[in-house]
Ligand binder design. Sequence first.
Ligand code: AMP
Length: 425
Amino acid sequence: MQKIDNYNFKGKKVIVRVDFNVPLNKETGEVSDDTRIRGALPTIKKIIEDGGCAILMSHMGKPKNVNPAEGDAKFSLKQIIPAIEKYTKEFGVPTIAFAEDCANADAAASALKPGQILLLQNLRYYAAEEGKPRGIEKDDPKFDEAKKAMKAEQAAFAKKLASYAEVYVNDAFGTAHRKHASTAVIADEFAEDKKMFGFLINKELTAMDGVLAAPKAGFTAIMGGSKVSDKINIITNLLDRVENLIIGGGMAYTFVKAQGGNIGNSLCENDKLDLALDIIAKAKEKNVNLLLPVDALNADKFDKDAATQESAIDQTPDGWMGLDIASKSIANFQKVIESSKTLIWNGPMGVFEFDKFAAGTTAIAKAVAAATEKGAYSLIGGGDSVAAINKNKLADKVSYVSTGGGAMLEYMEGKQLPGIVAIRG
Ligand code: AMP
């Protein structure tokens, strides 16, 4: 597999799939969080400093039914150009060119000189990027036909994008779990030594592979969030690897109810009770120390100003719902976390968006940071745990914060991600 580190881009036109799906301020239209832009910079800088030119492509948002010839200002990547130039000027590219139509950018691509950058318009103006037929439902008798036609369109779209460049770099980890034209299909158009991952994807893979290969002793997984069903695959995969499995957040209640506890109005997936019992049995069989909360902070309604009271987790009074873990659970979890050597954390311990119910998640974030300071390796992933780490300003106190929520979960579940397989095989 070609590595970016020892590739010389001198004189090469390089098409780079980046993840510029950045949030925008609704009023000013400015980029409100440029983490993803910053994430792509090392790769772009290397191409430019080697003497190559970079053609950047990305999606932004979920545009549907946009006529590519007309565009839609809300989803236009043009509006993020200043947020990119702010950084590219630091390595000698004060202005970047823009192609209004990503599938008709031949002239702009061939005019590009070494040291220049071209940004293509939002790939998802074309349904072919995702390769899913639009405007036709799955139960329509013509769906299969439409799907087949769309696959052909997707291949042609990928070929078109590939025609702009001699080298393909994928650095969009956040979309690596999708088989889209720009993330996977396009790779077929390039020889083995002309396609590679960018620095960001390499960093993500190194972090995740390192954790997956970590010894079982001292390995703790912390799972939280709302649903067992979303996390079941990762939990199952991790049961073979971890010494401790901490389960908090709304999903803990499905386990509590499955064991006969009273959970009041707390979140519960009633169709997953057997699954919860199965996880408990498997943990026992595999000698995994499964930790569930023992107490909770309850609310009389789902509201930031709700009245609160504490109870044992399996004795939630009728009419109340558990929205955070309480002090005994926090202490139990902290003890295990702080003596761990490898940590993976996905999902909050409570409804941390409400200040009243954020203490459990904050305590866990701090415990993970403390363990890291003592030498543990900590990997944080999933939008909400990342938000919790950022809210507590702990991003530089943990080992690695993954940029790809869904992609990270799927990788940790042991799935093959199309964007990764397309390059790594
Ligand atoms: P997920 O996307 O599955 O990681 O879930 C994250 C969401 O779970 C956050 O928005 C939290 O507010 C929510 N959550 C965490 N704990 C609870 C709880 N005890 N009850 C209801 N929602 C919760």
